[in-house]
Ligand binder design. Structure first.
Ligand code: SAM
Length: 163
């Protein structure tokens, strides 16, 4: 039987594999990267280390990250993503080269309900060719699900791309 520790490790390993894959696949793009859910800031820190030539905007309800992993104020979009994603779309348009979402908590059912609600708010923000990495299955109208890279565990991470 898979333990909670196994699941946690699988999620972390998959998150890193999928992020590294999507960062490399979108490296030729210049549009910004969106991090949805800062939390402790581990995935933000990882992306900041590996992405040098694109701005990274962070969407978070309340910043409580490790001091080393706190984004500059001008790249922090504070508030509930249900409001800040549509606001960002009307301000910036379909510009994102990469969107990473890790907004869920421990309840898988609630995470799924939230994923269904937030998917249509995320989809229009991606530029053509842009990729989306998520810890939860998303529900997009027109994005294609991309096969997972080596090292990622099925169902622990999902990768999508806008045609
Ligand atoms: N990836 C992060 C890391 O590596 O440290 C962990 C992210 S944590 C699991 C999820 C974060 O999403 C929390 O900090 C929470 O406040 C944020 N969040 C959840 N729902 C949100 C919403 N509706 N609007 C904005 N932020 C939200």
């Amino acid at each position: 039987m898979t333990s909670r520790l196994d699941l946690f490790i699988d999620r972390m390993v998959s998150q890193r594999a999928c992020l590294d894959f999507a960062i490399a696949e979108t490296a030729v793009m210049q549009g910004p990267v969106f991090e949805l859910g800062l939390g402790n800031g581990r995935t933000y820190h990882h992306m900041r280390n590996r992405i040098r030539s694109r701005n990274i905007y962070v969407f978070e309800r309340a910043v409580a990250s490790h001091p080393d992993s706190t984004p500059p104020e001008e790249f922090t979009i504070l508030g509930d993503v249900n409001a800040t994603l549509p606001e960002t779309l009307s301000r910036m348009g379909a510009v994102a080269s990469l969107i990473h979402a890790d907004l869920g908590g421990h309840n898988r059912e609630k995470n799924d309900i939230f994923a269904r609600k937030v998917s249509p708010l995320i989809e229009p923000l991606l530029a053509p060719g842009g990729m989306m990495v998520s810890s939860d299955r998303m529900y997009f109208a027109d994005l294609a699900e991309v096969p997972l890279p080596e090292g990622a565990v099925p169902e622990r991470c999902f990768v999508y791309q806008k045609p």
